[in-house]
Design a binder for this molecule. Structure first.
Ligand SMILES: NC(=O)CC[C@H](N)C(=O)O
Length: 317
């Protein structure tokens, strides 16, 4: 299979797309990013990473960081985490408040904002915010094999200024007894981890730990056991794209995690890790063109955990 030709083809199709969605502007610093950017990187479990388009430009990974933070929190406290965070799709927006009150401060899953804020609390317990952040940043650097991965301070400052909704979620959980550390310190960790910047190449390389766990190519990496990788993948499948997770599973059929910076990381277990990026979002806060790119990719490669996608017959189009 010529992955380079497939990636090039996806980039040229995306270049001609006129409906590119809208950049996230509730975090003002993200509103400056150029809508015309598009990149894709495919990291097979063995061999060279294939890239096309703007695959080496770092972007704000935002909620994709929730995956790395969750990986570390599970290492820290194991399955006890599930007493404080659920494992069900939320069916609501990632920053919804209403469900949290109905469910007494226990977030539905670790990939919506309140769930990730609990995860930040777990990472912070017993240490300083910069130590907890170093843990997440260090994991991103180690997995991507690139020490240049950094926190974009402007994005972190921008979200700290405008993050009142997240403050509301965190204060409510504190009132319900589901946060142990002070709200400001928990959010300091959360806002900064969301502001980690990575390129598609770095992100796809990092995602290999989830597609290679238990495979010979997984080698000695002890980031996750094969069992935990399977569970993280299943959470990505059911909750990784918020309220659009069902639609993504229906159309594309691989575990994935999105962020409002416009990135999507997708895992094809045992095969490859893929990152796509275009900053324009759809109404659910997922990148419009990154999702299209994944659809093109699984159609061209047959990669889907539910079996190959067959190109539609002419009569059906
Ligand atoms: N969906 C996202 O990427 C949301 C992350 C963003 N930092 C927020 O808290 O709103």
């Amino acid at each position: 299979m010529d992955l380079q030709a497939i990636a090039n083809d996806i980039v040229s199709r995306m270049e001609s797309e006129s409906d590119r969605g809208k950049v996230a502007n509730y975090i003002p610093e993200l509103a400056h990013v150029d809508l015309n950017k598009f990149g894709i990187a495919i990291a097979p479990i063995e061999g060279e990473v294939v890239t096309a388009g703007d695959a080496d430009i770092p972007f704000s990974i935002q909620s994709i960081s929730k995956l790395f933070a969750l990986t570390l929190a599970l290492k820290r406290v194991g399955a006890t985490l599930w007493q404080r965070v659920g494992r069900e799709p939320s069916g609501t927006a990632f920053n919804s408040i209403i469900q949290l009150e109905n469910e007494r401060g226990i977030p539905r899953n670790p990939f919506i904002n309140p769930g990730a804020i609990v995860v930040s609390d777990v990472l912070l317990e017993g240490r300083q915010p910069d130590e907890a952040l170093e843990d997440v940043l260090g994991l991103c650097r180690r997995l991507s094999n690139d020490e240049t991965v950094y926190v974009d301070d402007k994005v972190a400052a921008s979200e700290t200024l405008t993050g009142d909704r997240n403050r509301a979620l965190a204060n409510f959980m504190k009132a319900e007894g589901n946060l142990r550390e002070p709200v400001d310190r928990v959010l300091e960790v959360y806002f900064q981890q969301c502001a980690i910047a990575m390129s598609c190449r770095q992100l796809a390389t990092a995602g290999r730990y989830l597609c290679a766990a238990g495979q010979p190519a997984g080698g000695e990496d002890s980031t996750v056991t094969p069992e935990r990788a399977r569970r993280l993948n299943s959470l990505m499948m059911t909750c990784g794209l918020y309220d659009a997770s069902g639609e993504f599973a229906f159309r594309i059929g691989i575990p994935a995690k999105s962020g409002v910076g416009g990135g999507v990381l997708g895992i094809i277990p045992g095969v490859a890790s893929v990152a796509a990026w275009c900053p324009g979002l759809d109404r659910n806060g997922n990148s419009r063109l990154a999702i299209e790119a994944f659809e093109e990719l699984v159609r061209a490669t047959g990669w889907s955990v539910f079996g190959p996608l067959v190109p539609p017959r002419r009569s059906q189009t």
